[in-house]
Design a protein around this ligand. Structure first.
Ligand SMILES: [Mg+2]
Length: 437
């Protein structure tokens, strides 16, 4: 009985589910190669483990464990604060890789997605498993993280596939083989079936996913509500859940803030701070090949009152030279003379992959290409000699003032966001970039 396939046709649909392996800590290891092979944990800011690398899991570290307990089981663990902004940038890039293979990508969570590959075998000259392999390799090559993938005829089955083998697993479940994967799978492990439902099904002698799908439709309709009927269909290999391509882009932003003490009402100084925020945010965006479609500018007064303004960008970009005019306009809208401010901030929002930015008729393509070359050189110099080796003229007062007042010792500059390793880099005080293109 159990050897009989559930779905006779192997690929009525082809749905891929991708799930990054130990995502947060993998991102950290990708950015900091010296952490590769080491037990890495994130969650320092909360005092509990929010994610653990496979090395840490192997030593008995579990999600939700308190950090003092971690120190007992794994004294050499590297414990880092969570850097969600960076993880979400990896996420954007991962989804973008998926969209090169199919337009139908559902961003399910920060590190999981469904992709509809139906009908794409000819396009990619290979089986669905081979397409999945290409995706897996592209993510590892381009982002330096590994993923596990399941490919099957429905979303629920694809998810079973991606969990089947981890890390770096690739499990293909064609219609004819579904039963082999459901035979030993406890029903409670199926996506969407909780503890109560599996207990309820247990009363009918249903313990495994296969026992569940072998029940006839009448039984299912009599005893279960619609969501569970749908899961039953999906497990049988009849796809009912569509891959929904609405993107969840809210978290795709980069923010940079600067706090200064004592508070200041000096317009030039404050604008220099915010100009530096913009440069920093743009450096980060370019590092991840992203371009912003919206710019948010905000100032915080001494009494912690915030004023901000959101501006649309004429063309998605990560070049300060293209954003500086908007920044000035935004700044003039929120800045009030004779008011003391304690911090400034810039958010680059609505980020999209830089290479998918389309030129319009109104763009001066030569100018944009010239800018790309200039900033390419700036980023290269910054890589070699440290950030702000070259900087915008408008940011200069921030640097001069912080050096000058730092000498007097009465002004402490504090960056609220530190990009690891940045501080140690040498500052050479090289020329100022005055981009007029
Ligand atoms: Mg994951």
């Amino acid at each position: 009985m159990t050897t009989q396939p559930l779905t006779i046709h192997s690929w009525p649909r082809a749905i891929l589910h991708i799930d990054a392996d130990a995502f947060f800590t993998s991102c950290e290891q990708a950015i900091h190669p010296e952490l590769k092979g080491k037990p890495v944990i994130t969650g320092k800011e909360r005092g509990i483990v929010s994610a653990a690398s496979y090395e840490a899991k192997g030593r008995g570290v579990e999600r939700g464990m308190r950090l003092f307990e971690v120190k007992k089981v794994c004294p050499d663990a590297v414990i880092l604060p969570s850097d969600y902004e960076t993880y979400s940038l990896f996420s954007v890039r991962m989804f973008e890789i998926l969209r090169r293979f199919s337009p139908d990508v559902e961003e399910y969570s920060i590190d999981e997605a469904f992709v509809d590959l139906t009908g794409l075998r000819r396009t990619f000259h290979g089986s669905y498993g081979e397409i999945a392999k290409k995706i897996q390799e592209a993510v590892e090559r381009e982002l330096g993280i590994t993923v596990s993938i399941g490919v099957s005829v429905s979303k629920v089955l694809a998810k079973i596939g991606s969990k089947h083998k981890k890390p770096k697993g690739l499990t293909v479940i064609p219609g004819r083989e579904i039963h082999n994967y459901l035979e030993k799978l406890p029903i409670g492990k199926v996506w969407g079936i909780g503890a109560n439902t599996s207990e309820f099904l247990g009363k009918f002698g249903i313990k495994t996913a296969l026992e569940f799908v072998r029940k006839d439709e009448l039984f299912i309709k009599t005893h279960l509500s619609k969501p569970y009927q749908e899961i039953w269909h999906e497990l049988n290999g009849w796809s009912v859940y569509p891959v929904s391509t609405e993107t969840k882009r809210d978290y795709q932003s980069i923010s940079k803030t600067r706090t200064f003490t004592p508070p200041s009402d000096d317009e030039t100084f404050i604008f220099a701070q915010i100009s530096k925020n913009l440069e920093n945010a743009c450096i980060k965006a370019r590092r991840y090949d992203l371009a912003a479609t919206r710019l948010i500018v905000f100032l915080r007064q001494q009494d912690f009152r915030d004023t901000g303004v959101e501006l649309k960008v004429s063309r998605p970009t990560a070049y300060p030279a293209e954003l500086i005019e908007s920044l000035k306009n935004g700044f003039m809208k929120v800045y009030k003379p004779n008011t003391l401010y304690r911090s400034t901030g810039v958010v680059l929002a609505g980020l999209m992959p830089e290479k998918s930015v389309q030129y319009t008729l109104f763009d001066d393509v030569t100018r944009i290409e010239r800018m790309a070359r200039i900033y390419g050189a700036v980023d290269e110099l910054s890589e070699r000699f440290g950030k702000h080796t070259i900087q915008h003229a408008s940011s200069l007062p921030a640097k001069l003032q912080s050096q000058h007042e730092g000498e007097r010792g009465d002004v402490a500059m504090r960056k609220t966001e530190i990009f690891k390793g940045e501080n140690k880099r040498q500052r050479l005080g090289l020329p100022v970039l005055n981009v007029k293109v």
